[in-house]
Design a protein around this ligand. Structure first.
Ligand code: ZN
Length: 135
């Protein structure tokens, strides 16, 4: 019962193709996976860095939260994701602590995960994802 590690850092980008090239040069590895999450309106690319990952997120359409984010703030840091053992338990614990979640219940995210997000206004200005590997 705990937070285990920083699972990944999410970065909002305008173009997945051009940002992938930058990150491949920067990190010296290729993305190991591209994945569309239609329910979130995003297309993602993942890079493995030791025990953690970098997730690039681009908008699938103009209604995407990533499109709105980039219009407001520009490209860059989007969210930090913590891996937890039990997402239901942590969601309930954090709600009791007063954190405001974007979704009532954890939902399916990219990379074989159940995910939920804590609103930045209740978490010091940072969008926080908690995620658990689907078993
Ligand atoms: Zn994420």
């Amino acid at each position: 019962m705990s937070f285990n590690k920083i699972e990944h850092i999410g970065i909002a980008v305008k173009s997945l193709e051009s940002s992938k090239k930058i990150y491949e040069k920067l990190l010296g590895v290729s993305a190991y996976k591209d994945e569309k999450v239609v329910s979130e309106g995003v297309v993602t690319s993942f890079f493995q860095i030791g025990k953690t990952k970098i997730e690039l997120l681009a908008a699938l359409n103009d209604n995407s939260p990533i499109h709105k984010f980039i219009e407001k703030k520009g490209e860059g840091f989007h969210h930090i994701a913590y891996e937890v053992d039990d997402i239901e338990l942590e969601t309930n614990r954090l709600k009791k602590e007063g954190f405001i979640f974007i979704y009532e219940q954890p939902k399916e995210g990219a990379d074989n995960k159940l995910v939920n997000f804590i609103h930045p206004k209740s978490a010091g200005g940072i969008l926080v994802e908690i995620c658990q590997e689907k078993k």
